[in-house]
Design a protein around this ligand. Structure first.
Ligand SMILES: [Zn+2]
Length: 442
């Protein structure tokens, strides 16, 4: 109950300001705030590093003070006069994922994080909070930003070539995605733009992105790398690349990430964006997606398209993995409802997809015989369409999700967020993506 009240209080506080507030409180410009998140398995702190400014604001101009999802942390801008929340956003971080691996009990580490917020007209208090697995606030930093501060760096065009891959609407209305080149040499510029176009088409061939294509703009920024390809630590292969991405993050071979968030933002420069996809020039399998932070994708693996849309599900819509292997730690303690829209511990199921269950659906819902087959992934493409549809579309409460074989439940038997072979998002994930698009655009 305490958790519910906490979540409700956050949302209630967020509804205090109105949609007309953008022009009252903000310039048409972006304030980039750089932080370092530090700590170990059981401790964490947020430190402010620097601020910078670019012209134009690509983010939402409505629901300014609301959070659609809680994330594993939040950033808020408050009026110094009355404490009113002027802007809020939620996010997850690589740092918090790292906190659940054994290394975090042995060493204290620091991770870069960059946030973009609308540029305030008056002094504001910025608050950054991190929450733990129990959804309790475990670290808070508050500081004041004075828009007249001469040390807010002005960012100028860095000269990196940028093309528009897809234009669905104006900067103010559409959701702006930027695709950044990683591991492409100067000679591979044309390949990058070609890869970016192909993968953009791949993402937007999936519903519900396909039917909402007009709500997005997609740009591609070429950043030159000295070395071609991806760094693969377990093979001793390191390349000098634009964004310093590498496989083997947390010693997981296919987990492709970067710790160089400031470098990434510097390469994007003045190109307006709300969501960033780093496209890594490699045929190797892998990727990564962190909610409201970054999506990282391989360019040329045969499954590149479908891995990218899965990872974008994480970073854009806050979707959890619906599979139950790869235990990264006990992210959902007993009695805690995850904030991710597509998994539940049944602690607060009414806040999830209870309204989408057919009357009489047993909870938990037993999986059918096909789903129990160990070779389900191998035989998926040979199954009759009606079987695939049943496994993908019949909404229930199936045990095993988010790396936990027991105690965490998913909405369907198979989904794009569970296995690559499954072609479509399930109805619950689709609704979550639709709601995210609506939140940014309506
Ligand atoms: Zn799903």
């Amino acid at each position: 109950m305490k958790k519910l009240l906490t979540s409700f209080a956050i949302l209630a506080a967020c509804f205090a300001a109105g949609a007309q507030d953008f022009d009252t409180y903000f310039e048409d410009a972006t304030l980039r705030l750089d932080y370092v998140l530090c700590g170990g398995a059981d401790n964490q702190a947020v430190y402010f590093q620097q601020a910078s400014k670019t012209s134009g604001w690509a983010g939402r101009r409505q629901h300014m003070d609301e959070l659609l999802l809680e994330g594993n942390g939040q950033i808020r801008l408050r009026s110094l006069d009355d404490g009113k929340v002027l802007y809020a956003n939620s996010f997850s971080t690589l740092f918090q994922e790292w906190q659940s691996i054994p290394e975090a009990s042995q060493v204290q580490k620091a991770f870069e994080n960059c946030f973009q917020v609308p540029f305030p007209k008056e002094k504001v208090e910025v608050e950054v909070t991190l929450t733990n697995a129990r959804r309790e606030v475990c670290a808070t930093l508050r500081h004041v930003i004075d828009p007249a501060d001469i040390l807010i760096r002005r960012i100028h065009d860095n000269g990196n070539p940028c093309i528009t891959v897809w234009e669905g609407g104006s900067l103010e209305k559409a959701i702006d995605i930027v695709i950044v080149a990683e591991g492409y040499t100067a000679e591979e510029k044309a390949k990058f733009f070609s890869d970016a176009r192909r993968l953009e088409e791949g993402v937007f061939s999936h519903e519900p992105f396909a039917s909402r294509h007009g709500d997005f703009n997609v740009r591609a920024v070429f950043a030159e790398s000295q070395g071609s390809g991806a760094s693969v630590p377990r093979e001793g292969e390191w390349h000098d690349t634009a964004v310093s991405c590498h496989y083997d993050t947390f010693y997981s071979d296919r987990y492709l990430t970067t710790s160089s968030m400031q470098k990434l933002y510097d390469l994007i420069g003045t190109v307006p964006f709300e969501h960033v996809i780093v496209l890594v020039n490699t045929p190797r399998y892998g990727g990564g997606g962190v909610f409201n932070s970054v999506t990282i994708a391989s360019s040329n693996h045969p499954t590149a398209n479908i891995v990218l849309v899965h990872e974008f599900g994480h970073s854009f819509a806050g979707l959890a993995d619906e599979y139950a292997y790869d235990n990264y730690g006990d992210r959902y303690p007993e009695g805690i409802e995850p904030w991710e829209p597509n998994v539940t511990t049944l602690t607060d199921f009414a806040s999830k997809w209870e309204d989408m269950l057919e009357p009489g659906t047993p909870v938990p819902t037993p999986v059918d015989q096909l789903e129990q087959r160990r070779d389900i992934r191998r035989i998926w493409n040979t199954l009759p369409a009606k079987d695939r549809e049943r496994l993908n579309l019949h909404v229930g409460v199936y045990e095993g999700a988010a790396y936990n074989p027991t105690g965490v439940f998913r909405p369907v038997q198979e989904c794009r967020m569970r296995m690559n072979e499954c072609e479509h998002f399930c109805p619950v994930c689709s609704r979550a993506i639709q709601r995210t698009i609506d939140f940014y655009t309506r």
